[in-house]
Design a protein around this ligand. Structure first.
Ligand SMILES: Cc1ncc(COP(=O)(O)O)c(C=O)c1O
Length: 381
């Protein structure tokens, strides 16, 4: 029998991952699939990178990240936690993608069960499959919040739990009360919690955001993943970071440097300027995204076969459609009809019969895309 040239990790991902491959489709379709900000990266951040390149930040940097950037990230984490984090507890990463992947691979061994809230960001299941773990989907409740009873039932067998807040794709902002209740459950079982908060600056209607860092019971088991991609419209710069307890950070670092080495030096110098800017660049983006969210929800509600909850935060509206067609097939049809959205099934079984629509697309693209969705549903009724 001939052996596969591929590792088990590749075979598991091939069989189990629904994440799109390659570059996004170009040209005619209205692209509402990816959480890609339509804002340019703010000019002072771009200038900082240009100056860094001119000043010779063109070589390998510290494998753990630029020390100044780590100090700043530790400071922000300490502020959010109300307790000190040291720069040695910070690892600069190639965006949140490599933060989450390194975090998962550093704690998950083949056969380990990992709880994913269903539906949730598809990177999580791919990272678990890469490590040889078993994703265990636990459905969110009907309002998109935590179903603590179901989570409690799954926890005894689980090594880790991965969550994203604000939630992608459902748009929930988890409350302090539910996070603390979850922390009490995971503490009892010694579960490692990996928290992705890349959209924490995009919380709407003046809602209060509670970071996982602020939940004291998680302190010794939490790997916190952050990114500059969404907050500062820096998706192409590839800078993020994670914060972890001393007992876990060395393992994460080892995995990260094996795959990624050091992160782009000039991007990290620009990231310092971004993190020092507070809310100045972010506020106008948040206001604009909130308007677009309202527009999408209004349009979805005007379509007889579609419904959606109003997202409390994040980059996406998750629209449910009242048809039997699986979402993978429906998104293919919609693409042929000139609009790219993501199939809810990509994010877990509970995402089936949903479409994920990005809030971050430009208004004219949103209008064209929603017109085409409406036209498709009307024409195929
Ligand atoms: C919840 C979530 N986490 C992580 C990422 C990846 O971000 P990055 O560009 O930092 O790798 C995304 C991007 O869409 C996301 O939505």
């Amino acid at each position: 029998m001939s052996r596969s040239l591929h590792s088990d990790a590749v075979l598991r991902l091939t069989a189990g991952s629904l994440r799109p491959a390659g570059s996004p489709p170009q040209g005619a379709p209205a692209l509402l699939g990816v959480g890609e900000p339509d804002f340019p990266t703010p000019e002072p951040i771009v200038r900082a990178a240009q100056e860094a390149l001119a000043a010779g930040w063109t070589h390998y940097g510290d494998l753990n990240g630029d020390p100044e950037l780590r100090a700043l990230a530790a400071h922000l984490a300490s502020d959010a936690a109300g307790a000190p984090y040291r720069p040695e507890q910070v690892l600069v990463t190639n965006g949140a993608t490599s933060a989450v992947s390194a975090a998962v691979s550093s704690v998950v061994s083949p056969g380990d069960r990992v709880i994913l809230l269903d539906p949730s960001y598809s990177l999580f299941s791919s990272a678990v499959l890469t490590a040889g773990g078993e994703p265990v989907y636990v459905a969110l409740d009907d309002t998109g919040h935590l179903d603590l009873e179901r989570i409690a039932a799954a926890l005894p067998d689980a090594k880790a739990l991965i969550m994203v807040n604000p939630a992608n794709p459902v748009g929930t902002v988890f409350t302090r009360t539910e996070l603390e209740a979850l922390a009490e459950l995971t503490r009892r079982h010694g579960t490692v919690v990996i928290a992705d908060e890349v959209c924490d600056h995009f919380v709407f209607d003046d809602r209060v955001f509670t970071s996982a860092l602020a939940v004291g019971a998680w302190r010794d088991r939490l790997i916190y993943c952050q990114s500059l991609s969404k907050t500062y419209a820096m998706t192409g710069w590839r800078v993020g970071y994670l914060v972890a307890p001393t007992s876990l950070i060395d393992g994460v670092r080892m995995l990260h440097r094996t795959f990624l080495g050091a992160v782009n030096a000039a991007s990290q110098r620009a990231a310092i300027v971004a993190l020092e800017s507070g809310d100045a660049f972010v506020k106008p983006m948040r206001e604009s995204y909130q308007e677009r969210r309202d527009y999408i929800v209004r349009r979805v509600h005007a379509m007889p076969e579609l419904t959606a909850r109003t997202p409390e935060g994040g980059f996406f509206v998750l629209a449910r459609y009242d048809r039997d067609t699986p979402s993978l097939e429906l998104t293919q049809r919609l693409k042929e009809h000139g609009v790219v959205v993501r199939p809810g099934r990509e994010f877990g079984p509970a995402g089936e019969h949903h479409l994920r629509i990005s809030i971050a697309a430009p208004q004219d693209v949103l209008t064209a895309g929603l017109d085409r969705i409406e036209h498709y549903f009307r024409g195929t009724r």
